[in-house]
Design a protein around this ligand. Structure first.
Ligand SMILES: Cc1cc2nc3c(=O)[nH]c(=O)nc-3n(C[C@H](O)[C@H](O)[C@H](O)COP(=O)(O)O)c2cc1C
Length: 297
């Protein structure tokens, strides 16, 4: 019997065992390879998630591997929990207040022409204090509100914003963007930056530092600052003043330097605040009706 005949004879007589062994080997190899691939993808995902994503951006989540032995909460773990003081209001009262508040907020408009009439310091303090009541990721309060009333500083801010806006409108923004802005009659020149009695610049702290010198992570800092800005706008409306919501494009580093803000802060919003000019106008735009913005489930 030669080698070939022997092989054929062996395969024929032991085919069940041979096929079973091959199947087991195939399954074992597949499982082994799958686990290796999964571990590889996990490592790549973790690197992406925790890697610094460029200048001025923080990691939104902590990397426990940074310091696995010193996992101490940023605020004391034994912070007491106290009873919540609620407003005891009837359904009628709640309904009435919801209507009244809607009516008040529905009148809020972005105003682009301001009166130079000053506003009391305490009003500004209270508006900013109200914004500071905003919720924030893990109570990190990642905001700084710079309130500028000094005329020279307002002029310096205006010069920077106007310089950058010239470039934004002519080179940086898409043609479609510039076209979409036409109904609002926005221009690179911004007299409201020197007319409004106060400018509130909202800076987002990408991270901060604990008392022990360790870095304090700021989770969801972008959305936290956006909520605080919304509360600021509501407070401005409630007290009877007006604001212009603006996001000065490409002005972050120049305004940060001008206002001596640290490198962990990014300018997100600039709100001129005050009273409207007696001849101020607003575009006659409509808001989406409830049926278009709300889905009841
Ligand atoms: C994130 C954001 C950025 C904005 N940036 C500017 C801006 O740079 N300049 C401006 O004149 N208005 C700006 N606006 C105002 C919008 O144009 C305005 O809110 C919108 O037209 C709706 O009008 P209303 O605020 O009167 O309801 C901005 C609004 C938001 C929410």
């Amino acid at each position: 019997m030669n080698v070939i005949s022997l092989t054929v004879w062996t395969l024929e007589n032991n085919c069940f065992i041979i096929y079973t062994a091959m199947t087991v080997c195939f399954i074992a190899f597949t499982m082994f390879h799958k686990n290796r691939m999964e571990a590889h993808y996990r490592r790549v995902a973790a690197k992406k998630k925790f890697a610094p994503t460029g200048a001025g951006r923080e990691r939104d989540y902590p990397n426990d591997e940074d310091d696995p032995d010193v996992l101490v909460p940023a605020i004391p773990e034994d912070t007491p929990h106290i009873p919540y003081e609620s407003f005891k209001r009837s359904d009628e009262e709640v309904l009435k207040r919801s209507r009244e508040y809607y009516e008040l907020m529905a009148k809020r408009r972005t105003v682009r022409r301001f009166s130079t009439e000053p506003i009391p310091q305490e009003v500004l303090d209270n508006i900013v204090k109200t914004a500071g009541t905003s919720p924030s990721g893990a109570h990190t309060e990642p905001w700084t509100f710079v309130v500028v009333q000094d005329q020279e500083t307002k002029t310096a801010i205006r010069n920077i914003v106007e310089e950058e806006e010239e470039l934004n409108y002519s080179k940086r923004m898409s043609r479609q963007w510039v076209t979409d802005l036409k109904p609002f009659a926005t221009k690179p020149t911004k007299p409201y930056l020197t007319d409004a009695p106060a400018l509130i610049l909202v800076f987002r702290q990408t991270h901060s530092w604990r008392q022990d010198g360790r870095k304090k992570m700021h989770y969801y800092s972008e959305i936290s600052v956006a909520i605080a800005a919304g509360i600021l706008l509501a407070a401005i409306q409630y007290c009877g003043l007006v604001a212009l919501t603006s996001t000065p494009l490409n002005c972050n580093s120049r305004l940060r330097d001008l206002l001596s803000r640290p490198g962990n802060e990014r300018l997100e919003l600039l709100f001129p605040v005050g009273r409207p000019h007696s001849e101020a106008t607003v575009p006659d735009i409509q808001r989406k009706p409830l049926e278009e913005i709300m889905v009841r489930v």
